[in-house]
Design a protein around this ligand. Structure first.
Ligand code: FAD
Ligand code: NAD
Length: 520
């Protein structure tokens, strides 16, 4: 296909501005304004998980009690900040290159430049300083993603006040960092920062008098002696991790926050943040989230702004097709078809991923893309967003699918059905105990009348992998009556879910030996 010709004659042609998915069988072009792979590969999931892989190991090696109970002795550990940063960067490059090669192998045209919709089925794209090119396509999928959202009053300098885009480069490990926002990004980075700073804290049981000299050493001798003294969370809502099931958030606070060098301020907004300069620290002004009154000013070495992400949809030419964004998000229906200012579907135009604001997760973007391709290929498909799992890759991990308990109870009240909850502890799982990783809980919310799973929430070892049995059950509509009979290998962590399924009391279900729910 000659992309510069301005008209493409193929019946099945899809232009995907900056998409993340591949579709064999359709003639496909992708327009990318920056680097292939988008946020996930270059500034998101991939490099962050590389840093978290390091923090997980550091945390384990430093946990003397844990090591001793396994009979292991670790005499010394350390890390090289630049080598850790290189691991994250190299992984992103590798995945980016794999992705580019697969797209080329499948015959996808990769076009470089910023894309703009200029009319129905028409996209113009180009790089600054070069003549623009125009192409047409039968179907267009917008997948322009998101960028870090920085609230007004916060000044980013990229060195002492920064977003995840900068933090992932791990150019420094500050002594004392404030993390504004306790969502996914905040939590994952708190895991990284506290793990990388814990060495000195555990090996030199610091007395106050020694602290200043150690901090001085850390600056003099570089990466091996860098000290993290503390992480401070600043969260606008009244509890940390407000998006999680409240019971899981409470336990997560006990396991991931209270046992670490972390303090927090909830119910406050960071209204103004000034980067460090002229020997002065970063200044964070906190106001009460409700009264807006000034509460206090924090002085820290650095601040990570993790206050959510904003859709990247400006300059896309949506006005040319009568589409108006809602807080920047592109409105779509349940089939990801873009709707115009009058609420009508714009034919052959779809929007997937962060730009539509339904669920800001890489696999949600992918699943929405696959759903769109099913439709383009003549097979109607609606994605059940309640079956999409999410995971936070802290140590231990947190994962979830479906409704939280308050959401399920609200739905039950509105629709007039009953809700039941079962829980099990990782302490009851042989494999978790063999690993000496009994800190954890799994919780399932379900309908006792039908055996339908409404939500599952897990905090514990490999929670991110464990959630899929539940998410697939929700996606496929498998009922607890059937799941109770499924066999799980012993001893495996998967038995945590087996416990939940067997513990559920389904009114119409077959009778089985039912374990009483175990308290966390
Ligand atoms: C630190 C961090 C960690 C994360 N970890 C996870 C995780 O572990 N698991 C998970 O599921 N999700 C994670 N996410 C979220 C995940 O990265 C996003 O949900 C996902 O990348 C969204 O994909 P997308 O295709 O919608 O957009 P993006 O990945 O943002 O891609 C959009 C692309 O569009 C390009 N673009 C934008 N406008 C134009 C235009 N007009 N023309 C041409 N190109 C354009 C951009 O350059 C970009 O390459 C993380 C995010 C962050 C920030
Ligand atoms: N493991 C993963 O899947 C993963 C990892 C990282 C990011 N992500 C995705 O990236 C997106 C962005 O993550 P995030 O952590 O930035 O957003 P988030 O929405 O998860 O959390 C942002 C938090 O910041 C708080 N906040 C907002 N403004 C504030 C202010 N001025 N002062 C104090 N607190 C404030 C909010 O109350 C909220 O708790 C998420 O939607 C998530 O889906 C996913």
């Amino acid at each position: 296909m000659n992309m510069t010709s301005g008209t493409a004659k193929s019946v099945k042609e899809t232009i995907i501005p900056a998409g993340i998915i591949l579709f064999p069988g359709l003639k496909t072009a992708i327009i990318e304004g920056d680097v292939v792979g988008g946020t996930c590969v270059n500034r998101g999931c991939v490099p962050s998980k590389a840093l978290l892989a390091v923090s997980g190991r550091m945390r384990e090696l430093h946990d003397e009690h844990h090591m001793k109970s396994l009979g292991l002795q670790v005499s010394s550990t350390g890390y090289d900040r630049q080598a850790v940063a290189d691991h994250a960067n190299n992984l992103a490059s590798k995945i980016r290159s794999n992705l580019t090669n697969s797209m080329k192998a499948m015959g996808v045209d990769i076009l470089t430049g910023f894309g703009k919709i200029v009319g129905k089925q028409r996209v113009r794209y180009g790089k600054v300083g070069f003549p623009e090119k125009e192409i047409t396509a039968k179907n267009i999928i917008i997948a322009t993603g998101s960028v870090p959202f920085v609230p007004k009053g916060i000044e980013i300098d990229g060195k002492t006040v920064f977003t995840s885009d900068h933090a992932l480069k791990l150019e420094s490990v500050p002594d004392w960092i404030a993390i504004v926002g306790s969502g996914y990004i905040g939590l994952e980075f708190s895991d990284v920062y506290t793990a990388l700073g814990s060495e000195i804290l555990t090996h030199i049981r610091l007395q106050k008098v020694l602290e200043d000299s150690v901090r001085y050493c850390s600056k003099m001798f570089g990466p091996y002696t860098i000290l993290i003294e503390q992480v401070t969370f600043v969260e606008a809502l009244d509890q940390l991790m407000p998006g999680f099931d409240p019971e899981i958030a409470k336990l997560a606070q006990r396991v991931l926050i209270n046992t670490r060098k972390i303090d927090y301020h909830t119910g406050v907004f960071a209204s103004k943040i000034t980067p460090a300069k002229d020997g002065k620290p970063v200044l964070i002004e906190l106001i009460d989230a409700k009264t807006k009154e000034h509460k206090e000013t924090l002085e820290v070495d650095a601040a990570l702004i993790a206050t959510g992400r904003a859709p990247f949809t400006s300059g896309l030419g949506l006005e040319n097709i009568n589409v108006v964004t809602q807080r920047g998000f592109i409105p779509v229906d349940e089939r990801m078809q873009v709707t115009d200012a009058d609420g009508n579907v714009v034919p052959n135009l779809f929007c997937i991923g962060d730009a539509n604001g339904k669920l800001m997760l890489a696999h949600a973007a992918s699943a929405q893309g696959i759903s769109v391709v099913e439709q383009i290929s003549g097979r109607d498909h609606i994605l059940n967003h309640l079956s999409i799992p999410a995971a936070c890759f802290t140590h231990p991990e947190i994962s979830m699918v479906g409704l939280t308990e308050p959401q399920a109870r609200e739905k039950a009240d509105n629709e007039g059905f009953e809700v039941s909850v079962v829980k099990t502890s990782f302490k009851a799982n042989t494999k978790a105990l063999a690993e000496n990783e009994g800190d954890g809980i799994a919780k399932m919310i379900y309908r006792p009348d039908t055996g339908e799973i409404l939500g599952v929430h897990i905090l514990g070892l490999h929670a991110a992998d464990l959630i899929h049995e539940a998410s697939n059950a929700i996606a496929l509509g498998t009922r607890l009556q059937e799941l109770k009979l499924a066999v799980h290998a012993h001893p495996t962590l998967s038995e945590v879910l087996d416990e939940l399924f067997k513990a559920a009391k389904v009114n119409s279900g077959v009778s089985h030996s039912v374990n009483e729910p175990v308290a966390a």
